[in-house]
Write a protein that binds this ligand. Structure first.
Ligand SMILES: CC(C)(COP(=O)(O)OP(=O)(O)OC[C@H]1O[C@@H](n2cnc3c(N)ncnc32)[C@H](O)[C@@H]1OP(=O)(O)O)[C@@H](O)C(=O)NCCC(=O)NCCS
Length: 268
């Protein structure tokens, strides 16, 4: 039997033997220096484990050569064997991410935020400098995957969120209290699935603990209700502050996934 070999395509690696494709894996470097690897698709049979291993190791090596500092894969809870395979290839489980959904039927569409919050639609290009500063402030003391912070400076995070909107429209908001920027929420809207994905939201440290996080989420819900969209978000299960704000704003936890990471090491 001839040896397994890997071929590189634009955003994937392809494993083949004797000209037959036996598996593929998606590999996508992100603007923020974290590379995404997707669960491998393998033909199956006896070769499943070695082909998966070859694809995963190949994907890590590809990211390493591209200068990516951290590789990340998101696995469904049921993908235990695959998780073990990633573990064999040097990945470690970072955390559980909870998927959150909000039923918007009957919600007042497009209502402005309550209390002291003032919402303003923003533009990632025009308002870039303000948004980068705001993302930096919101990152202080965050409980959302803080281990990733060294790999995702604020400017790169902004670029990552913009890239996530590439396939759809976007709804980006900042929130001020008495004229001072206090919070933000960035959404990607996908009209074909009628979905609004909350990519990022937060409140600057000096404004926390006053119900503003909940207020931001309620505003995002009201905007999505106006567009008749289904609203989804994700949160690190360890982020108790955000989970409280989501619960208070009527979100329910509908699913969970496991986040695994691996440092490919420097290029030599
Ligand atoms: C999560 C976050 C948006 C909450 O904002 P907030 O304005 O403080 O939200 P709320 O005032 O509505 O409070 C939410 C909960 O966090 C608690 N909380 C907020 N700050 C706290 C603090 N410093 N210490 C203890 N509890 C705190 C509140 O008591 C509340 O819990 P409760 O409902 O059980 O009383 C804010 O902490 C933040 O921006 N964190 C960093 C970014 C982040 O995690 N974003 C979410 C990613 S999915």
């Amino acid at each position: 039997m001839s040896a397994l070999a890997l071929a590189v395509a634009e955003r994937r690696l392809i494993a083949h033997r004797d000209g037959d494709v036996v598996g593929t894996i998606g590999v996508v470097p992100q603007p923020h220096g974290i590379g995404l690897i997707f669960p491998p698709q393998v033909v199956g049979g006896e070769e499943q484990a070695p082909v998966e291993r070859l694809l995963i190791q190949g994907a890590v090596e590809r990211l390493r050569l591209q200068g990516v500092a951290l590789a990340q894969v998101v696995l469904a809870d049921a993908e235990r064997e695959l998780a073990a395979r990633f573990g064999e290839c040097g990945f470690r489980r970072l955390t559980t991410a909870l998927i959150l959904e909000r039923e918007l039927l009957g919600l007042a569409a497009g209502a402005p935020p309550s209390g002291a919050l003032r919402a303003r639609a923003c533009d990632p290009e025009r308002d870039r400098a303000d948004l980068v500063r705001l993302i930096e402030r919101i990152g202080v003391g965050s409980l959302d995957c803080p281990e990733l912070d060294p790999f995702r400076p604020a400017a790169a995070q902004l670029d990552g969120h913009r890239a996530a909107c590439a396939g759809g429209a976007s709804a980006w908001w900042t929130y001020a209290v008495e004229g001072t920027l206090a919070g933000a929420a960035f959404c990607a809207v996908f009209p074909e699935t009628q979905t609004c994905e909350l990519l990022f939201f937060g409140v600057a440290p000096e404004f926390r603990g006053r119900g503003l996080g909940r207020g931001v989420l309620e505003h995002v819900c009201a905007v999505a209700a106006g567009e008749r969209l289904h609203l989804r978000a994700a949160v690190d299960s360890r982020n108790s502050y955000a989970r409280s704000a989501y619960a208070a704003a009527g979100f329910r936890e509908s699913d969970s996934v496991e986040i695994w990471v691996h440092s490919p090491g420097p290029t030599s």
